[in-house]
Design a protein. Structure first.
Length: 190
């Protein structure tokens, strides 16, 4: 089965377990991603785009990507009362202007009913710990410029905007994003 992580660290919420994602998690992850987009991006992305998101299609994309072989690292969070409460995905940075040796957080979503429980913080702590262990010196991510809630979350975790901005087309609207970066400290020796 993959690695399951709990750590006696304040960044990890009690009762939240982080493990490698499996094919059996794809439907739950798709549900979290679609509900997460609809909750987090309401008013930031055209509503018609959000309404058209389909959980079954998203689950199939997750299955295809997960079975494609080597690629991004997919992690899920779980709790005693729910098998999957969050999902994160990271890998090598896809942005050519980023610092060499950087990882990129491609996605991090928590079920809207679980926001504020420490699930996101625990997922992010595990992602950065694993990326550091994988040899990455820094991590970047892109976040919607107007998503102040997410920006505060990443800033509390030590990420800072580096001045890079770009927009992407979503449902016919250009939506601006900003890049955040964080240095990953070397693992503790001992």
């Amino acid at each position: 089965m993959g690695r399951v992580t709990t750590r006696p660290d304040p960044a990890y919420a009690p009762g939240v377990l982080i493990r490698d994602m499996t094919l059996a998690d794809c439907a739950a992850v798709a549900e979290i991603r679609v509900r997460g987009w609809r909750w987090a991006y309401a008013g930031l992305i055209p509503q018609a785009y959000l309404d058209a998101m389909d959980v079954d299609e998203d689950a199939e994309r997750r299955r295809v990507r997960l079975t494609a072989g080597r690629g991004p690292v997919h992690l899920v969070a779980g709790a005693p009362d729910a098998a999957v409460t969050g999902w994160a995905c990271y890998g090598p940075c896809r942005d050519g202007s980023a610092q060499p040796g950087s990882a990129e957080l491609y996605a991090l979503y928590v079920h809207p009913d679980r926001t504020g429980t420490g699930t996101g913080r625990t997922l992010l702590a595990e992602v950065t710990a694993r990326a550091r262990a994988d040899g990455f010196a820094a991590m970047s991510l892109w976040v919607l410029k107007e998503n102040t809630r997410a920006r505060r979350f990443y800033e509390r975790a030590g990420f800072r905007p580096d001045g890079a901005e770009e927009a992407f087309d979503t449902g016919g609207a250009m939506v601006p994003e900003v890049r955040y970066v964080r240095t990953l400290s070397p693992p503790a020796v001992g």
